[in-house]
Design a protein around this ligand. Structure first.
Ligand SMILES: [Zn+2]
Length: 366
């Protein structure tokens, strides 16, 4: 299996300024650090290096996305707004979207990295790829930076695949613990993209991600939200995949699957309340790969989103990327035993009920 990896040191230089988690410091908030820090990303890269996994992957060198590419999804206003902040220290570019010096350039490199990866996957130079990029993208709206996201990396790469690479149908499976509201917006009226988001009910944003948001116009039926209750574990995620995600992909038959991949659904995440484990993420990845093999010649692109527990996230990501590459580096996740045995890891009745409601949407996919 040839798996591409996108990474660049500059991704870690995007500076989110001084906050206490996502709240700006200032009396009565003591200065601390921002949730969206380089730590998790750096430690994912480091773990892959020490395990030897990184050497089994094909490095994909990122480039800056062009203005034309950013405008596949965003307004010119938004592009110019982010550009105008490029020399500013610690500014909030929108709704909870801190930037620092050079953040515009780094955000272009983040989006461009995802585009380079999608090129390689579509052209068959790699079987699949993981874009370990930063800043993340799935909350960014056409005219608004939001939720730590400046440009919609996955949405833009998807538009690029449809408009520049001649693909007819793409599907998104967003497993970040937060709703992929930006990606949903990008394709809400479009039947050329099936957007699926599996997230914690009303975590962020708190006013979107509902089952009732099922697409509009030509896109009617092609947006699926699975707002799992807080406390959902591996059983709930696997059931959601078996009963909704995989059947939806099989009904839709996309040419490519894009996974906005956040690991804030992992147990212990400071801003998520789910209980996923590395073995849980490995299992979801296997399910996706099996399905992709049938549907789209295995073509999967994962692009990094959230995940804020610097200690545990590297093991979650390692399990996923190792699975994509069909490698076994012999790395045991030291957290697996404890969080894998937490109470209610198995599917609970209220989670089962929610998933049953979402199953009703499958009939809307033509
Ligand atoms: Zn998230």
């Amino acid at each position: 299996m040839k798996t591409g990896i996108v990474f660049h040191e500059l991704y870690l230089w995007h500076h989110t300024g001084n906050h206490a988690d996502y709240v700006p410091y200032g009396f009565p908030v003591e200065p601390f650090h921002h949730s969206e820090s380089p730590d998790t990303k750096r430690r994912i890269k480091n773990l892959m290096e020490v395990s030897g996994l990184y050497d089994r992957l094909l490095p994909i060198v990122p480039r800056k996305a062009t203005k034309e590419e950013i405008l596949f999804f965003h307004t010119e206003n938004h592009y110019e707004h982010i550009r105008s902040l490029n020399d500013s220290i610690s500014v909030n570019a929108g709704i909870s979207a801190p930037t620092g010096i050079g953040s515009f350039d780094i955000a272009l490199l983040s989006t461009g990295g995802v585009i380079e990866a999608i090129d390689r996957v579509i052209d068959g130079e790699v079987d699949n790829a993981y874009a370990l990029v930063r800043p993340p993208g799935h909350h960014a709206m056409p005219n608004k930076a939001m939720g730590f996201c400046l440009f919609g990396n996955a949405a833009i790469a998807g538009k690029y695949a449809l408009q520049k690479k001649g693909l007819n149908k793409i599907a998104f499976v967003d497993w970040d613990v937060h709703h992929g509201n930006g990606t949903q917006t990008a394709f809400y009226k479009d039947s050329n993209a099936l957007t699926i988001s599996i997230h914690q009910d009303r975590n962020f944003p708190t006013n979107s991600g509902f089952i009732s948001e099922n697409g509009e116009g030509n896109g009617s039926g092609y947006n699926i939200n699975i707002p799992l209750p807080p406390g959902s574990g591996v059983g709930a995620y696997e059931a959601a995949f078996d009963r909704v995600v995989i059947p939806a992909l099989e009904a839709y038959k996309p040419d490519l699957i894009i996974v906005p991949s956040g690991f804030d659904g992992g147990a212990g995440d400071p801003i998520g309340r789910q209980m996923m484990t590395s073995e849980g993420f490995r299992s979801l990845t296997k399910k996706l790969m099996l399905s992709a093999e049938e549907i789209c010649n295995g073509k999967i692109l994962m692009t990094h989103e959230g995940g804020y527990s610097a200690a545990t996230v590297p093991f979650l990501a390692h399990a996923v990327i190792e699975t994509l590459a069909q490698e076994d580096m012999g790395i045991k996740d030291p957290f697996q035993n404890i969080i894998g045995n937490l109470g209610q890891q198995e599917l609970q009745p209220h989670q089962d009920k929610l998933i049953s409601e979402v199953e009703n949407l499958l009939k809307n996919i033509k």
